[in-house]
Design a protein around this ligand. Structure first.
Ligand code: CP3
Length: 346
């Protein structure tokens, strides 16, 4: 074992002082890496997620390229839904597709609670194997109930989430039943990852930013609160992330999460002001900036660091996942830049 394991990510999540600002990237494993494309081949991604040896390898790939301060277990937010029998497939270049979407409250009966030991044993196995290899903390994750509902109801990726929001507004009781059924899948999924060794848990409620604050407060917040309360006894820091959540940040903070993940549409200092100084924040360089020349990447990264102002509780990240066209060398250079620019004197 490493004598001094790198714990700056855990420390920042807990709002403690760090030697340098920790950095990792959402979707740091993925198609932008040639070795990822090589290993995945034409294989189905959900099938790949059931193969612990491949999961370990895909999780480790980005860490061989760059000194990120955290690993995120290779999986997908649709894994627990597939595991309870939802017929879902992931189409390359498109995303999750469900041929028989859930369209009414009556369809909620198709969802049963997750039993992690029986339903997703491969993920726990992969996490146990990873903990033996890793010198940085390991993140486990799940999708937020709203975001999972959006795929279940729309039947695939969708811009406006019209059917999902129609259900939410038209049938609040049916909606709450759906949210509860999804919490009964997501909560055991997260708890099992922590039990297997995940040291931080991130909830990706990626598409919740399509809601107005009132609707979020009424239809999503109570369920997110139950989810985060159900994780509290674990003593594992949690990250609560969504896209386009500028007006939701204070409500997301109220729902829970030791760290609030912020996308690039809100300046980090403004986001932090909304979240409150006692909470940690994660973010938030626009992922498309990484497709520009290095001088621009540097300027934008420094702008984020300036807004964070070396305060305790900043985890450097992008505002959303790494894009497939990103040059891995640019990402590696960005890690070095963040570390070099944020070294604290002791
Ligand atoms: O490195 C990591 O971050 C861990 C791996 C990870 C994947 N999916 C693997 C994956 C994570 C954290 C996710 C989460 C996820 N999956 C989210 C939340 C994060 C976000 O981006 O908002 C969502 C919404 C999904 C659903 C999903 N799965 C989408 C929208 C796609 C993209 C489809 C495409 O081809 O662009 C997937 C497929 C997927 N999951 C890929 C990866 C690396 C890419 C496709 C592939 O390799 O076949």
């Amino acid at each position: 074992m490493n004598a001094a394991p790198n714990d700056r990510f855990l420390r920042a999540c807990r709002h403690e002082p760090v030697d340098r600002t920790p950095v990792w990237f959402m979707r740091q494993a993925g198609r932008y890496l040639p070795e990822y494309r090589e290993l995945r081949g034409g294989r189905d991604i959900l099938e790949t997620c059931r193969d612990p040896a491949r999961v370990v390898e895909l999780t480790l790939q980005p860490l061989r390229r760059m000194p990120v301060d955290a690993a995120i277990v290779f999986s997908d937010i649709m894994v627990p839904l597939a595991a309870v029998g939802v017929p879902v497939r992931i189409e390359p270049g498109r995303g999750p597709v469900i041929d028989e979407p859930l369209r009414s409250a009556a369809d909620v009966g198709r969802l049963r609670p997750l039993e992690p030991e029986a339903d997703v044993p491969e993920l726990a196995e992969a996490i146990r194997l990873l903990r033996k290899e890793l010198e940085v903390p390991l993140i486990g994750f799940a999708g937020g109930p709203f975001t999972l509902a959006s795929y279940l109801v729309e039947g695939g990726p969708s811009r406006g989430l019209e059917r999902t929001k129609a259900l939410l507004f038209a049938d609040p009781v049916g909606w709450d039943n759906l949210m509860e059924a999804l919490v009964a899948i997501v909560l055991p999924h997260l708890r099992a990852q922590a039990a297997a060794g995940a040291q931080v848990l991130q909830v990706f409620d990626s598409w919740v930013g399509t809601l107005a604050p009132d609707a979020y407060e009424r239809a999503v917040l109570p369920h997110m609160r139950r989810l985060f309360e159900g994780l509290r006894d674990l003593d594992v820091p949690t990250i609560h992330f969504g896209v386009g959540t500028g007006e939701l940040l204070a409500l997301m903070r109220d729902a829970g999460g030791d760290v609030i993940g912020v996308d690039h549409r809100v300046p980090l200092d403004r986001a932090w002001h909304r979240v409150g100084p006692d909470r940690a924040v994660q973010g938030n360089v626009d992922p498309t900036v990484l497709l520009a020349p290095w001088e621009i990447v540097e300027r934008e990264a420094v702008a984020v660091l300036d807004r964070a102002a070396m305060r305790e509780g900043h985890v450097f990240n992008l505002g959303h996942g790494v894009l497939p066209r990103t040059d891995p060398d640019v990402l590696a250079r960005l890690v070095d830049l963040v570390h070099a620019r944020t070294e604290r004197s002791r």
